[in-house]
Design a protein around this ligand. Structure first.
Ligand code: GLU
Length: 260
């Protein structure tokens, strides 16, 4: 009898400790970040003032970066516990899907197509698509882009919107904003379309251009993360942080700081 009881006890012990170690293996997205003690964030390096390289310091900075640092401080206790990974519109979703980054904060709009692949937090900023032209250009409206050449960055909502709204516009696509603006400056197109935020950034540093007042879209910027139906720990935590930043005036003061 004693032997049977002992065997039952041993079996129960093995079963329970087995369960415990199984539980330990299945970390939530949030627990993984906390265990690593570093938040890995995909950011822009060519989209001033949201994410760009400060030429004097060589550091990546901007509105998106400040929000990412606030999140790192909230999650891990220090804004320095962050690793910034440069992404472009073409690489940012893949960076999430492959696990290269925990999240993307890179002027990325929520769209239904992207929601098939990744999850988004609630939006933290609302931008809109517009167009930049030379100061003396005859282009005044989006309809003037018909049969004209417009530069866009590939993989953006900008590209999709123009194709849909002005199908007769000729598009010239580039991989990133640095190359796109360089081509525009060299006179390779009549117009350069993007979000008002990004175009205003180019206007800050360059003379001889203007931006149309009209916007053809609303671009709600949100943080992109890995989709995981069973684990909403990260999304929940990020939504709480964004909500707090909106309530406590942090977003407002960052908008003022970056003039956006
Ligand atoms: N916000 C737009 C998008 O998500 C354009 C800007 C960008 O891609 O960075 O596609």
């Amino acid at each position: 009898m004693k032997k049977i009881l002992l065997s039952i006890f041993v079996l129960m012990f093995i079963f329970l400790t087995g369960c415990a170690s199984e539980d330990k293996k299945v970390e939530t997205q949030l627990e993984k970040i906390i265990a690593r003690d570093v938040l890995v964030v995909g950011v822009k390096t060519d989209s001033k003032p949201f994410g760009y390289i400060n030429r004097n310091t060589g550091e990546i900075e901007g509105f998106d970066i400040d929000i990412a640092k606030y999140i790192a401080k909230d999650m891990l206790g220090s804004e320095r516990k962050i690793k910034l990974v440069p992404v472009t519109p073409n690489t940012r979703i893949e960076a999430i899907l492959s696990g290269q980054v925990d999240m993307v904060m890179a002027t990325m709009s929520i769209t239904p197509q992207r929601q098939f692949l990744i999850d988004f937090t609630q939006p933290y900023y609302i931008a809109g698509q517009t167009v930049m032209v030379k100061e003396d250009s005859t282009i005044q409206n989006f309809s003037d882009l018909r049969k004209k050449t417009t530069i866009v960055v590939l993989g953006t909502t900008t590209e999709q919107n123009i194709r849909r709204i002005i199908p007769t516009a000729r598009l010239s696509g580039y991989k990133n904003y640095e190359e796109a603006f360089k081509a525009f400056k060299e006179g390779k197109a009549d117009a350069f379309s993007s979000d008002n935020t990004i175009l205003s950034g180019f206007l800050m540093d360059n003379k001889g251009y203007r931006i149309l007042k009209n916007k053809i879209s609303q671009e709600p910027y949100a943080i992109g993360i890995m989709k995981n139906e069973e684990d909403n720990s990260l999304k929940k935590n990020l939504d709480i942080i964004i909500h707090r930043m909106q309530k406590d005036g942090t977003i407002k003061s960052l908008k003022k700081k970056w003039r956006v």
